[in-house]
Write a protein that binds this ligand. Structure first.
Ligand code: HEM
Length: 266
């Protein structure tokens, strides 16, 4: 050995690619456009946190779609691997709420009036995650203000199979029937999987991974409404809803009610 590194000299290939150009850092850093003038101190925080959410949502959608496809391909190892990644990102999404909670309510009021009628309610990727996870509600197509491309994305999500469809298909393929039109049979199958994890280890692990995804999303909803109450109390939302009281009506949403219900019958 002459001490020289073998193989390609990373970073030296004709010196065209750089950290900044690969990651489009200049473009990324030019996207935080404050509306307040003079700038309100906390508006940068507010924008960065929301943009970070949308980036993470993009990854969550990509991984959930891949996990669904893996289940259709009967690849439980890959599906489980990707769902674990999603869980870790979801933990980050919950943690990230704490960053916004460092904002004092009066500091938020400095720029909040500029935001209406914009609201997280209009996050298209958030609805895509709900739809892809199994919570399909086409009423959002008319409730949200969408351009043609966004409308098309949501329509496609409504039409395509979701994670629950893929999970049911995988179990059925493996001799554990999950028929669309027979809830009692589905309950019996889930009972079997949850009762006999040693006989159905892969199916059990997937069922638990889906439940964890559901639980983490529900935890995000709880933390979000607490943060909202902390910031604006009982004021109405910039999106025009009743605010925290509207958000409390969403806390019972679940992607996989049958997995939750199965616990009661064990
Ligand atoms: C100071 C911070 C925040 C406040 C005061 C706030 C407030 C609200 C309110 C009042 C609503 C109900 C709709 C409305 O009338 O506007 C809402 C919905 C929503 N917000 Fe936030 N929010 C904050 C931060 C965030 C962040 C960081 C996200 C991350 C993307 C987010 C995502 C959402 C989503 C997805 C909904 C719709 C929930 C549903 O309909 O199930 N919010 N928010």
């Amino acid at each position: 050995m002459d001490g020289q590194p073998r193989g390609p000299h990373f970073g030296e290939q004709d010196r065209r690619l750089s950290y900044g150009s690969y990651l489009a850092v200049d473009e990324l850093l030019s996207l935080q456009r404050l509306l307040s003038d003079p700038p309100a101190h906390d508006e940068l925080l507010f924008i960065v946190v929301h943009q970070a959410y949308e980036l993470w949502f993009k990854l969550v959608l990509f991984e959930l779609g891949s996990a669904r496809d893996a289940m259709f391909a009967d690849d439980t190892t890959l599906a489980h691997h990707l769902l674990r990644r999603v869980h870790t990102v979801e933990e980050v999404l919950i943690e990230q709420i704490g960053v916004l909670e460092t904002m004092a309510p009066v500091d938020f009021l400095e720029f909040r009036q500029n935001l209406a009628p914009a609201s997280g309610f209009q996050s298209v990727q958030f609805r895509e995650i709900e739809f892809l996870s199994g919570l399909k509600d086409e009423r959002y197509l008319s409730r949200l203000v969408l351009d043609d491309a966004q409308l098309e994305r949501l329509r496609a999500r409504l039409a395509e199979p979701d994670l629950w469809d893929a999970f049911c298909a995988l179990l059925t393929e493996r001799g554990l029937p999950m028929p669309d039109d027979d809830p009692r049979q589905r309950a019996a199958t889930l009972h079997e999987v949850l009762r006999k994890m040693h006989e159905h280890p892969e199916e059990f692990a997937l069922a638990e991974a889906l439940l964890t995804h559901d639980e983490l999303f529900a935890r995000w909803r709880y933390h979000h409404v607490l943060m909202v109450e902390r910031q604006i109390g009982s004021k109405t939302g910039t999106g025009g809803s009743t605010g925290a009281s509207y958000l409390r009506t969403t806390l019972g949403k679940r992607f996989y009610p049958e997995l939750w219900a199965a616990r009661s019958d064990l």
